[in-house]
Write a protein that binds this ligand. Structure first.
Ligand code: TEU
Length: 545
C-alpha cells in the first residue's frame, strides 16, 4: 500500500458543466462558474474532478459531440478560463479528469467535414462508410442507441456513414492507424497541460468489427486500449476510468488487471441495468430489489479484491438521481440519501459523487414533453408516441429514468433560479430548491452534505476503508445492506437499513463489533451485539477499537 497511486484514497466528483453554475447569465453553466464553486468541492473533501465535455461542440448531445478537441466551447468559456480552472483546482489538490469522447466526433468536426467531401478525400478513412443496400436505403437495419437507423446518408457521395449515437455523432474508424495517431497526439496535448486523467466515454465500443457485427467489447478493443496507454499515457501517473456498459465481472480484469497496461478502473453498469425491463429497458424500470442489487456489488468487490480497482457510483448525468431511484425522495429524503451514500462509500474502490447528490437532489418532476431537453428522450418520444404510446405513459417512463432527471440545474440557494443563473436556465430548475439547496445544507449539522463530508473524511483517515477486504453479510436480507471490511486485524462493520420500515435482525458474529462510530445516523451505537434494531433508513458504521 506504500506505493499505491496518488488517487487511491480520493473521492471523485462529476461536474456536468451545463447545469452546474452560470457566471454570465446566459442560462448555461460555464467554466468561470465552476471556478467560483471550487471551494464547495474542497470543503467536501473531493480529490478528483471529472469534468463532462467542455470542448467546442454544436451541442447535439450536450458536448458529447466534439467539433474541436483542442478548443473550449465559447458558451463554457475560453482556454484561458480552462487553464485558470486547472490551476485553481491544483491549488486545492484537486486533479481534473477530462472526458475523452473518441468513439465518435461531431459531424461538424473538420475531420468529418473533410472526409464527407468525396470517396477519395484525404481523411475519408477516419470514419465508416458503406454503399446503400442493393434496393436503396441504409446498408443494414442496425439501430442507433438514440433511436433511428445507425446509418445516415451523406449527400456528397451517396454513401452512408455509421453512427451508434445520433446522426450528429459519426463513429470514428478505429481500424485506421492515422486516425488513432491523431487521437493519441490530442491526448498528449491535454496531458502536457497538466490534467490528472481521462474518463473514457463508451470505450468498450472502439474495438468494433463491422464486418462481423461485433460492436460491444469488439475484437480489437484491448489492442487499442493498450496502444493508447503506450502511445499517449506512458510514463504518466494519470487516472484512467473507462466507461463500459458491457463489461461484466468476467471481462473486468481485461481492462483493469495491473499487468494489462490498460486502465485503472471502469465505470460498469451491471447494478444499473439489472433494474431495467428486458424489453423496454430503462423506460420500464423494475421495482428496486435489494438482494439482487447488493449481490452485483459483492460480485464486483470480490472480482477486484486482489487486482484492479472499483469505480463506485449510483448516478451520473445519464441516470436518474440516486435518492429517487434507490431511496425515498419524499418523506425520507434526507435519511435515505444518507443511507445509500453510507452503503456506497464504505466499499472498496473510488466513490464518485455526481453534482447535487451531496445535498440529496431529486429527479426532475416534469409533466410535459416540452420540459425535456435530451435528444434521446425527445427522439424516443416521437418514435413511440408515433407508434401509439400515450404521452402520459411515455412521461411516466421518462420521469423514472430519462437523462434530464440528473441535468436540472445545481441548487445553490433558495433564491430565484436556485442561484444557478441570473438569466433563463436552459432546463427548468426543480421547484424543491426552495428547501433543498447548498446554502441551507451548509447550515444543517445533520444534513446530507455534512454526512458526505464525514464519509469522505473517514476514507482519508482509515486505511481499512481504502484497502480492507470486503465480506458481504446478511446477503439475502431484503432490507439491510450489511458488510464488513477488514485489514490487518482491524474490522469495520457497516449496516444500512435500505427501507422505510423499522427492522430487527440477528447479527452474525462478524458484525458484532465494538469500537468507534464512524457513522451513526440515529444516535450513538459504539457496540453491535447479536441483535440490532434499526430505524427507517438508519445507517451505522462501527470501527473496531
Ligand atoms: O453514454 C453512453 C451510453 O451508452 C448512454 O448514452 C446510454 O446509452 C444511455 O444513457 C442509456 O439509455 C456516454 C455518455 O455518458 C452520454 O452522455 C453520451 O450521450 C454517450 O456516451 C455518447 O457520447
Amino acid at each position: 500500500t506504500a506505493d499505491a497511486p496518488w488517487w487511491t484514497d480520493r473521492v471523485g466528483y462529476q461536474i456536468y458543466p451545463r447545469s452546474f453554475a452560470d457566471s454570465d447569465g446566459d442560462g448555461i453553466g460555464d467554466i468561470p462558474g465552476i471556478i467560483d464553486k471550487l471551494d464547495h468541492l474542497a470543503d467536501l473533501g473531493i480529490g478528483v474532478l471529472w469534468l463532462s465535455p467542455v470542448y467546442t461542440s454544436p451541442m447535439a448531445d450536450n458536448g458529447y459531440d466534439i467539433a474541436d478537441y483542442y478548443g473550449i466551447e465559447p458558451t463554457f468559456g475560453t482556454m484561458e478560463d480552462f487553464d485558470r480552472l486547472l490551476a485553481e483546482a491544483k491549488a486545492r489538490d484537486i486533479g481534473i479528469v477530462m472526458d475523452l469522447v473518441v468513439n465518435h466526433t461531431s459531424d461538424q468536426h473538420n475531420w468529418f467535414l473533410n472526409a464527407a467531401k468525396s470517396t477519395d478525400a484525404p481523411l475519408r478513412e477516419f470514419y465508416i462508410w458503406r454503399d446503400p443496400a442493393p434496393g436503396g436505403g441504409p446498408p443494414d437495419d442496425r439501430q442507433a442507441f438514440f433511436g433511428g437507423p445507425a446509418w445516415s446518408l451523406s449527400p456528397e457521395t451517396g454513401q452512408y456513414y455509421f453512427h451508434l449515437f445520433s446522426p450528429g455523432q459519426p463513429d470514428l474508424n478505429w481500424r485506421n492507424p492515422e486516425m488513432r495517431a491523431e487521437v493519441y497526439r490530442m491526448m498528449r496535448w491535454w496531458v502536457d497541460k497538466g490534467i490528472a486523467g481521462f474518463r473514457m466515454d463508451v470505450i468498450d465500443l472502439i474495438g468494433k468489427d463491422l464486418t462481423t457485427g461485433e460492436i460491444e467489447e469488439g475484437p480489437y478493443l484491448h489492442e487499442y486500449i493498450q496502444e493508447m496507454r503506450r502511445e499517449a499515457l506512458a510514463g504518466e501517473h494519470l487516472l484512467t476510468i473507462g466507461e463500459s456498459w458491457n463489461v461484466t465481472t468476467d471481462t473486468a480484469l481485461l481492462y483493469t488487471g495491473r499487468d494489462r497496461g490498460e486502465l485503472d478502473m471502469v465505470f460498469q453498469f451491471e447494478h444499473i441495468v439489472q433494474g431495467w425491463d428486458a424489453v423496454h429497458g430503462k423506460w420500464a424500470p423494475k421495482p428496486f430489489h435489494l438482494p439482487e442489487f447488493k449481490s452485483v456489488f459483492a460480485r464486483w468487490q470480490e472480482t477486484l479484491a486482489e487486482d484492479g480497482w472499483n469505480a463506485l457510483f449510483l448516478n451520473n448525468h445519464d441516470l436518474p438521481r440516486a435518492v429517487s431511484r434507490y431511496g425515498d425522495d419524499d418523506e425520507h429524503r434526507v435519511n435515505s440519501a444518507k443511507a445509500i451514500a453510507t452503503a456506497l462509500h464504505f466499499m472498496k474502490g473510488m466513490p464518485f459523487v455526481y453534482q447535487g447528490e451531496e445535498i440529496g437532489m431529486t429527479n426532475a418532476a416534469f409533466t410535459h414533453i416540452d420540459q425535456f431537453r435530451d435528444l434521446e428522450t425527445l427522439n424516443l418520444f416521437h418514435e413511440w408516441t408515433g407508434q401509439g404510446m400515450t404521452d402520459a405513459d411515455f412521461i411516466r417512463g421518462a420521469n423514472a429514468n430519462a437523462r434530464d432527471n440528473a441535468r436540472t440545474p445545481m441548487q445553490w440557494t433558495s433564491g430565484p433560479r436556485a442561484g444557478f443563473t441570473s438569466g433563463t436556465p436552459w432546463i427548468e430548475v426543480h421547484p424543491n430548491h426552495r428547501h433543498l439547496n447548498v446554502a441551507q445544507e451548509r447550515e444543517t449539522e445533520d444534513g446530507v452534505l455534512a454526512h458526505y463530508k464525514r464519509l469522505i473524511a473517514a476514507r482519508r483517515a482509515h486505511p481499512v476503508i481504502v484497502h480492507g477486504r470486503y465480506d458481504a453479510q446478511l446477503a439475502d436480507h431484503e432490507k439491510l445492506w450489511a458488510y464488513t471490511r477488514s485489514l490487518n486485524g482491524t474490522t469495520l462493520a457497516v449496516i444500512v437499513n435500505m427501507s422505510g420500515a423499522s427492522v430487527e435482525a440477528d447479527l452474525p458474529p462478524a458484525l458484532r463489533v465494538t469500537g468507534q462510530d464512524l457513522i451513526a445516523t440515529h444516535g450513538p451505537r459504539g457496540a453491535l451485539s447479536d441483535r440490532i434494531r434499526m430505524a427507517p433508513w438508519e445507517s451505522v458504521a462501527v470501527l473496531a477499537a
